[in-house]
Unconditional design. Structure first.
Length: 80
């Protein structure tokens, strides 16, 4: 018996057990709830992602614990 392609496509479209129709209904409900505010929400989400990436990249410039050249080694203990 040959493998069915439609079963694979259906499983790829499902998200946590939701089918295509359920995903469409969820999308419509979200559109109705956030219709006018959706562009602002998406813009804020995008700005948050950009700021997160900047923070991650800025953190790469700082020395990390346990790396050569760092005065505070990984096994150094605080003085009391």
């Amino acid at each position: 018996m040959p493998a069915r392609k439609d079963r694979k496509v259906t499983s790829m479209l499902g998200f946590m057990g939701l089918g295509t129709v359920e995903l469409i209904v969820v999308a419509v409900v979200i559109l109705l709830l956030f219709g006018a505010r959706l562009p602002r929400v998406m813009r804020s989400l995008g700005e948050g992602i950009v700021e997160f990436k900047r923070g991650i990249n800025a953190g790469d410039d700082e020395p990390r614990l346990g790396q050569p050249g760092n005065s505070a080694g990984a096994d150094s203990r605080p003085t009391e």
